[in-house]
Design a binder for this molecule. Structure first.
Ligand code: ADP
Ligand code: MG
Length: 227
């Protein structure tokens, strides 16, 4: 008898980024490295401050493993962060050979972190999820859902429907976030899920929204594919 159980694979940040790049989804500059020397060499080609993250098939939520080091301002800090990532993982029981490497990437400063995702529903197909990032998602579940495909106006309404929308819209003297860039990025994500039947789930968390006119950048990505 056939089972309804679906075989899926979870792509790591690097593999997920490659699919997103094919769709011209805006990412920060990054490089995958396998040694400390390589990490330093790549760091020298980037605009500081930098972020370094662990890449491992046994680690999904990298920060839970001390695997995300942000705000690295010098080459020396890059070297220290590299060691720290391996030490933190070891302390959590991850073996050295379970770590594929470390991604070095530019740190993005913005107005607000946003979650943009896809969940494929067996009946409705790809459903776009947009939420206010950080504690808003975790604590207040402030998300909006929309069945793909979605027009610019549909996505715009989803964003305006967020309880935290004022955070993007200049609330109490905050900078205005680039909502148009978020709309365009969300539409690319929705198109990607419509085109690629294999995509079961996508999580761009966070997408960092910069000040209005300066864009939106995905700095973390996780894609789940059906095999
Ligand atoms: P994970 O979700 O697997 O724990 P992330 O890559 O999302 O790892 O990193 C955790 C947090 O670190 C993010 O939610 C974000 O706040 C911050 N962060 C990660 N990468 C960057 C970056 N390139 N620029 C700015 N902040 C970042
Ligand atoms: Mg994340």
């Amino acid at each position: 008898m056939e089972t309804a159980e679906m075989q899926t694979i979870i792509l790591n940040e690097i593999e997920s980024r490659q699919l997103l790049e094919d769709q011209n989804i805006n990412l920060n500059k990054y490089a995958f490295t396998r040694t400390k020397e390589e990490a330093v060499n790549q760091a020298r080609t980037m605009q500081f401050p930098l972020v370094m993250k662990v890449v491992s098939p046994v680690i999904v939520h990298k920060s839970d493993f001390g695997g995300v080091q942000v705000g690295l301002k010098t080459v020396e800090e890059v070297e220290q962060a590299y060691d720290r990532i391996y030490e933190n993982a070891a302390r959590k029981g991850v073996l050295r050979n379970e770590i594929e490497g470390v991604v070095v990437q530019e740190m993005i400063e913005g107005v607000q972190e946003i979650l943009v995702g896809i969940k494929r529903d067996p009946i409705f197909g790809p459903v776009l999820v947009i939420g206010i990032g950080g504690i808003f998602v975790e604590l207040f579940k402030d998300v909006q859902l929309g069945i793909c495909p979605l027009t610019e106006e549909d996505v715009s309404k989803m964003i305006e429907g967020l309880k935290g929308f004022p955070l993007l819209n200049g609330f109490r003297g905050r900078k205005q976030a680039d909502v148009n860039a978020l709309i365009s990025l969300s539409q690319k994500v929705s198109a990607m899920a419509m085109e690629n039947e294999q995509i079961v789930e996508m999580d761009l968390n966070p997408v960092i929204l910069k000040e209005n006119g300066y864009g939106a950048v995905a700095v973390d990505a996780r894609i789940v594919l059906k095999q």
